[in-house]
Design a protein around this ligand. Structure first.
Ligand code: UD1
Length: 382
């Protein structure tokens, strides 16, 4: 009988970071991969586009969880994932990242005594006001296998008393994803920059979606003021997450932004286009968790509109700088940021690993004692 691995996803960064793991599992004989999409993200640009672009198989289950308050979204996801586990009887449930879907799947599996593997375990901002910090901390403490992306993440888990036996320092699957996407992004770059009338290294790329920034009227005004000032002397490319697009519209700020000739407002981009834009940008201004790492790996200086980061490795040599939503500071840091194209951790080895994380995760899953009924055949790659 096949070894059944359930992988529960639901939001943009999870599709991207799980793609390499999915493709590794698909290469193994004797494994039945059950992809469950909670549909926490349901817009085409935040969800289905990645299934197409990253060639992900159709999910075995789509759970239509959608948006809602944290409790209702997590609760709905728990109930539906529980039914999914009962129906599909996985031997292990894998949960990547730190979304409400991650926590819901981990709790549902734990209560049904199904082993859990947490991908991206041990990331900590030590800011419990972040919903993601609550999700990842709780998930780590009920997981059986913890796949830590960095040494620092492993140290964080050990400091919380988690046994070394449960921790696998695998590297970050984002490096694997980036290594696949970069050659495609490089091919696309000239035509993409041409279409948007951009010159290599001559524009700032920006994204923002964190509730702490975009749901706070004052902070949103401050971010827009910063962007307007940057756009007085440089083009600004702004792929807008639906959350910020909605709030900019309701606070009357979208019209203001659109008046600036230098500000290019876009829909959320597919992954390869996003990497092409990031690779060629002079600097990145963001509050994303994942983009901080991608900017670091590509050697694009990053300014992060947050007080804390779960990726302290990116702060070294000011490759990434944290800033409040303060227009003066944002503008100053963006113009101070200097790109050094020869300094790209992706090429020379980085604290996030060398792109073999998904293989390590899959091997660890398949060789653990949980697959008591399985054969060594599982470890063979076809
Ligand atoms: C954060 C949360 C996560 C939440 C998600 C919501 C943290 C630590 N985690 O993740 O729990 O579910 O926000 O969105 O805050 N990208 C594109 N196209 C774009 C913009 C980004 O492909 O237009 C790619 C980036 O290259 C990167 C990933 O999406 O690979 C990052 O996704 P993002 O939505 O920014 O999520 P995080 O901040 O990483």
């Amino acid at each position: 009988m096949a070894f059944r691995v359930m992988l529960v996803l639901g939001a943009r960064p999870q599709f991207i970071k799980s793609a390499p793991v999915i493709h590794q599992f698909l290469k193994r004989r004797g494994v039945e991969l059950q992809i469950v999409d909670s549909e926490q993200h349901y817009d085409y640009e935040l969800s289905k586009i990645f299934f197409e672009e990253l060639r992900l198989p159709r999910p075995a289950l789509s759970l239509h969880v959608g948006s809602g308050s944290h409790a209702s979204q997590t609760g709905k996801a728990m109930v539906r994932i529980e039914s999914g586990i009962l129906a599909l009887k996985p031997d292990i449930v894998l949960v990547p990242g730190d979304t409400n879907t991650t926590l819901a799947a981990a709790i549902s599996a734990a209560k049904l005594n199904v082993p859990i593997g947490h991908i991206e375990a041990g990331a900590r901002s030590y800011d419990m006001s972040m919903p993601e910090e609550v999700n990842r901390t709780l998930t780590d403490h009920i997981s059986n296998l913890l796949f830590a992306p960095t040494k620092n993440a492993e140290r964080n888990l050990r400091a919380e008393g988690i046994s070394r036996k449960r921790i696998f320092q695998t590297g970050d699957t984002m490096v694997d994803a980036l290594k696949t996407a970069l050659p495609l992004a490089r091919k696309l770059k000239r035509s993409l920059l041409g279409q948007l009338d951009l010159d290599e290294g001559e524009y700032v790329l920006t994204t923002s979606h964190r509730p702490a920034n975009v749901d706070d009227r004052h902070k949103l005004h401050a971010i827009v003021a910063g962007l307007m000032r940057i756009s007085e002397s440089m083009k600004v490319v702004f792929p807008m997450h639906p959350r910020i697009a909605h709030n900019l519209e309701s606070y009357g700020l979208l019209r203001k932004l659109r008046r600036s000739r230098n500000l290019i407002a876009l829909k959320p981009q597919g992954y390869v286009k996003m990497i092409a834009l990031l690779d060629s940008a002079r600097a990145m201004l963001t509050d994303s968790g994942g983009i901080q790492k991608e900017a670091f790996l590509l050697g694009t200086p990053c300014v992060t509109m947050r007080d804390t980061t779960e990726w302290p490795e990116t702060l070294k040599n000011q490759a990434n700088t944290l800033v409040d939503a303060d227009p003066d500071r944002i503008v100053k840091l963006i113009f101070r940021a200097n790109k050094v194209p020869s300094r790209r951790p992706l090429d020379s080895g980085s604290p996030f690993g060398t792109g073999k994380s998904s293989d390590r995760i899959v091997r660890a899953v398949l060789s653990t004692s949980y697959r008591s009924h399985a054969s060594p055949e599982l470890l063979r790659v076809t």
